[in-house]
Design a protein around this ligand. Sequence first.
Ligand SMILES: Cc1cc2nc3c(=O)[nH]c(=O)nc-3n(C[C@H](O)[C@H](O)[C@H](O)COP(=O)(O)OP(=O)(O)OC[C@H]3O[C@@H](n4cnc5c(N)ncnc54)[C@H](O)[C@@H]3O)c2cc1C
Length: 466
Amino acid sequence: MIGVLRKKPVDKLTEVLGKEKVKTSPVERKLYSYDATPIPIERAVPSAVVFPETHQDVSLLVRVCYEENIPIFPRGAGSGLTGGAVPTLEKGIVVSFERMNRFEVNVDNATAEVQPGVITAQFQEHVEKLGLFYPPDPSSYKYSTLGGNIAENAGGPRCLKYGVTREYVLGLTAVIKEGKTLKTGNPVIKDVAGYDLTKLMVGSEGTLGLITSATLKLIPKPKARATALALFEDLEKVGQAVTKIFTAGIFPSALEFMDAEAIRAVEDYKPVGLPKVEALLLIEVDGSEQGVAEDLRQIKELLSSMGIQVRTAGSKEEEENLWSARKNLGPALGNLRSGKINEDVVIPRIHLSEAIPGYRAVAQKYGLLMVIFGHIGDGNLHVNLLYDKANREEEERAERAVDEIFELTLRYGGSITGEHGVGLTKRKFLPWQFGEVGYELLRGIKLLFDPKNLFNPGKVVQVGPG
Ligand SMILES: Cc1cc2nc3c(=O)[nH]c(=O)nc-3n(C[C@H](O)[C@H](O)[C@H](O)COP(=O)(O)OP(=O)(O)OC[C@H]3O[C@@H](n4cnc5c(N)ncnc54)[C@H](O)[C@@H]3O)c2cc1C
């Protein structure tokens, strides 16, 4: 009807939640249209950024979005590397959980109730002061959120021994289609009632609903911890050394690998005095004082017998320096080339000695610089292809090489992603891993939780346009 102005869909959100929680200025909308994904991806400036403060706010906003067909792009700290938090439709809104940042620890039950916007490191520091431990330690822990970690099923070096985020989520509350509340699990370790919806929601990357709280499992804090550095002149020996450590009955709390290029990159970025070798392993053991000393002694003995030099960190400062070198690797690679494709493939440990040279051969075939580092103890490698962003031809070669890296990974019985998730960037490869039947089930699950395809549309599984 001429002369009657129809309200914009986001105005309804402002009406329901109030102006303070719905921001529509161009600056805010633009600021929230990015995450840390290092490669070019499709993105759109959202129509609004919404800052819920309670579960009720989230339920209300999802109800409005379901009525008005507004796509919802959930966001923690935006540190994701696969485009998960990036809005791709202008009509959509970003839902930032930064104001939902409270938590409560139950020491006697060794559990915590957390909201999604809690910063991982702040939570970890707090529980450690109480003698407890929350192990999942993505390298982004200083700024990533627990909500983002849960939605991505994040992992880190310590997940080798302690398991990934999924192992620590006992239950959660989420808002799904039409603003309905889904409550899963309980603050108990054993719970086998029905299908495991908690585990399904963990790692769902914001595509099934919005997580508004979670019950996390905590464990006793290890009494002692120590770090050793193993230096390799021969890349082939790395896989053998890893196998030797495990078959000797030692279970390190972290086992990290850096190749020669990775060592060079980190030394150029923030030097910590790493020697120039073909590869190194950073080995962390934890447990009782006595157990740690014995593990270190055994590791030294085992590796020395293979002709591998082993050094132990002599002080806390030295130990922190070594780990900061590992954690700085991501940004350090930015100094080598302007463009980077960082894949986080996983392969069974037994195939490491063949797979690493296999990845290198792919880089050689396409004439690209490759840097490999990562959580070698659980077979999760960061295979980085570096290129010059201004050189489109080189970038295309890197994209073609990625296809071969995933083919090789799946041939060894591995996974296309061990921690960064699928998001937008690995969507094409998910059917390769799941096959027709598995992929069809994924699509069915998505539509059961979100029949209008409004939660993070276009991410992980493709169920329609968007
Ligand atoms: C330097 C660097 C190092 C990294 N190292 C690691 C690493 O070692 N291990 C690792 O696993 N990852 C790593 N990452 C990737 C990233 O930090 C993790 O995926 C992290 O879990 C994302 O948390 P976030 O709060 O930034 O979430 P975001 O990036 O904001 O979001 C991640 C995903 O979660 C969804 N989401 C966020 N909150 C919610 C919610 N409440 N409900 C539903 N969905 C939600 C988003 O839509 C998106 O799909 C690294 C990133 C960087 C930049």
